[in-house]
Design a protein around this ligand. Structure first.
Ligand code: COA
Length: 293
């Protein structure tokens, strides 16, 4: 996310005297929906209005996300799913070495860097991105760097592989659902996606013990909670993207691995990971904990 380029497209054939010299910030471009003509923060502001969500409620939710993330870090929960990034070199004979060089004197990053205790009164002092709006830099998903990976295999393969293995699969992927929603309220996507997923599996909301719903923006997650009538004590119990960050493209795997590990920790059978998608979609995945069947 922090390496997103700022690019110029129109200058190969030179500049026209007096014409604007255009550069585009790809981070900002990625957060804008050209169809609806608004950015992601504005989609959350639309949800805040639609569901009557106040700034204080969003800050309260954010403060809890930070507190849960810090508690989970201190308890060592997150360390169980983080591969530290270190300054290192990869060498292969005949090729120039490649590698990772962290900034300044830092030689290792082993935990999420945005999570910190954030009392309500501190968050309340932050300036809203849009005047009169509810979203700030403190109650929206942080822009952080990450990559994530998981091994997904068919049931048949796992069965064969499992013979003679001591390690068991972390979770079973039961079903998935993806839906479309109006782009100007893209953040509500998880609500209809979760409804469709439950209908497909013949389950009810209260049979699901844990939810990891991406906190793209605080008002967005609160709107999803209200729309579903969700028990918020089952949601993002180890903190969410407001505290941990939302690195586009890594988040889906991160949510799902956190969910699978938390389901094991809590001993629950079913869990759902879900995210809204800029442009107007919602996606949800049902996991089953093999140890709780
Ligand atoms: C909201 C957003 C525009 C803010 O961007 P930004 O202005 O670059 O954010 P910053 O990190 O500089 O935060 C703004 C301020 O809040 C402060 N802040 C953020 N979190 C804080 C916390 N927990 N406690 C105290 N201060 C905090 C920062 O220090 C900064 O203060 P400063 O202005 O004095 O430097 C950006 O984070 C965003 O768009 N997030 C959502 C991304 C998204 O929508 N993703 C989903 C796509 S579907």
């Amino acid at each position: 996310m922090t390496r997103n380029p700022i690019a110029a497209f129109d200058h190969r054939t030179g500049f026209k005297l007096g014409a604007p010299v255009g550069f585009k910030d790809f981070m900002w471009e990625a957060l804008k929906d050209p169809a609806a003509g608004i950015n992601m923060i504005q989609t959350a502001e639309n949800l805040a209005k639609k569901y009557g969500i106040a700034r204080e409620q969003v800050d309260e939710f954010a403060s809890q996300s930070f507190a849960k993330a810090v508690a989970a870090q201190q308890a060592g929960f997150h360390a169980g799913e983080i591969a530290p990034v270190v300054t290192e070199k990869f060498e292969l004979e005949g090729y120039k070495p490649r590698g990772i060089k962290l900034q300044g004197k830092i030689t290792e990053v082993a935990q999420d860097t945005h999570a910190r205790i954030s009392p309500l009164e501190v968050l309340a002092r932050l300036r809203a991105v849009y005047e009169g709006g509810v979203q700030t830099g403190g109650n929206s998903a942080a822009l952080v760097d990450a990559a994530a990976a998981a091994i997904v295999a068919s049931g048949g393969y796992v069965k064969n592989w499992a013979k003679g293995q001591t390690r068991k699969p972390l979770a079973r992927v039961v079903a998935a659902a993806a839906v479309g929603v109006p782009p100007e309220i893209m953040g509500i996507g998880p609500a209809p996606a979760i409804r469709l997923l439950l209908a497909r599996c013949g389950l009810t909301l209260d049979q699901v013990g844990r939810f990891e719903i991406n906190e793209a923006q605080g008002a967005q997650t609160l709107a999803v909670g209200r729309e579903l009538g969700l028990d918020m004590t089952k949601l993002n119990v180890n903190g969410g993207a407001i505290a941990l960050g939302h690195p586009l493209a890594a988040t889906g795997v991160r949510l799902t691995i956190t969910l699978a590990r938390e389901m094991r920790r809590a001993g629950v059978r079913y869990g759902i990971s879900s995210a809204c998608v800029g442009g107007g979609q919602g996606i949800a995945l049902l996991l089953e904990n093999p140890s709780a069947v």
